[in-house]
Design a protein around this ligand. Structure first.
Ligand SMILES: *[C@@H]1O[C@H](CO)[C@@H](O)[C@H](O)[C@H]1NC(C)=O
Ligand SMILES: *[C@@H]1O[C@H](CO)[C@@H](O)[C@H](O)[C@H]1NC(C)=O
Ligand SMILES: *[C@@H]1O[C@H](CO)[C@@H](O)[C@H](O)[C@H]1NC(C)=O
Length: 182
């Protein structure tokens, strides 16, 4: 479910596209409403200067498109002063497996076999119940479209279990110009 962790970063609406310029994404925080289903991220940390995603997380129940659908709203804080404004677009509701199949390639650069023991079968998708590790994951945006407004971005994912709102997860990240490293 790493994927839902980042789910939203992916959904970068066309309307945010500005001049093509290279950028990088740094995670700032991952928060959730109390008793959120279906992920338990309390043992995930953002470590080091690069805020690598590290630790273990638990999927509380086997997930597929039938029982787990999420929608995402996007907020932008261009001044980075905590004043997040809801952007006038959102990601349509979709099942976890549909998301994985349609957007998973955005993460293939970031998440490799050595970074997690979570395996999702594309032809027979289930996010399996259980605890998995994530090891030192940085977000690689190499496959991503040339975006976007700089500043802090917050994706708020609302997760529906059999149609009932059962969890809310906020992923806040910073979008910066890429610093060339020599
Ligand atoms: C998620 O973000 C929204 C919008 O900024 C905020 O109103 C809400 O309190 C946040 N919830 C959590 C659990 O961080
Ligand atoms: C990273 O997570 C693993 C568990 O997946 C843990 O054993 C390790 O101590 C963590 N590293 C840091 C620096 O927190
Ligand atoms: C993925 O699921 C299909 C259909 O159930 C199965 O035939 C295949 O062996 C699975 N692949 C892996 C790598 O588990």
């Amino acid at each position: 479910m790493l994927f839902v962790l980042f789910v939203c970063l992916v959904v970068i609406p066309e309307a945010l596209f500005l001049t093509p310029k290279s950028y990088e994404v740094t995670l700032l925080s991952l928060t959730w409403a109390e008793n959120s289903w279906p992920y338990d991220f309390k043992n995930i940390r953002l470590i080091g200067r690069e805020h690598l995603v590290n630790g273990t997380f638990t999927i509380l129940e086997d997930l597929n498109d039938e029982n787990c659908v999420f929608s995402t709203e996007i907020y932008h804080d261009p001044a980075r002063d905590g004043n997040f404004k809801l952007m006038p677009f959102s990601m349509p509701a979709m099942g976890v497996c549909t998301f994985f199949n349609d957007y998973g390639y955005y993460f293939t650069d970031s998440i490799k076999k050595e970074n997690t023991d979570l395996f999702i079968n594309k032809t027979d998708c289930v996010f399996p119940k259980g605890t998995h590790f994530l090891k030192n994951i940085a977000i690689s945006t190499d496959n991503w479209p040339p975006i976007l407004a700089r500043g802090n971005i917050r994706h708020v994912a609302s997760i529906f279990k059999n149609g009932v709102l059962s969890g809310t997860y906020n992923i806040t990240s910073s979008i910066d110009d890429r610093v060339l490293k020599f």
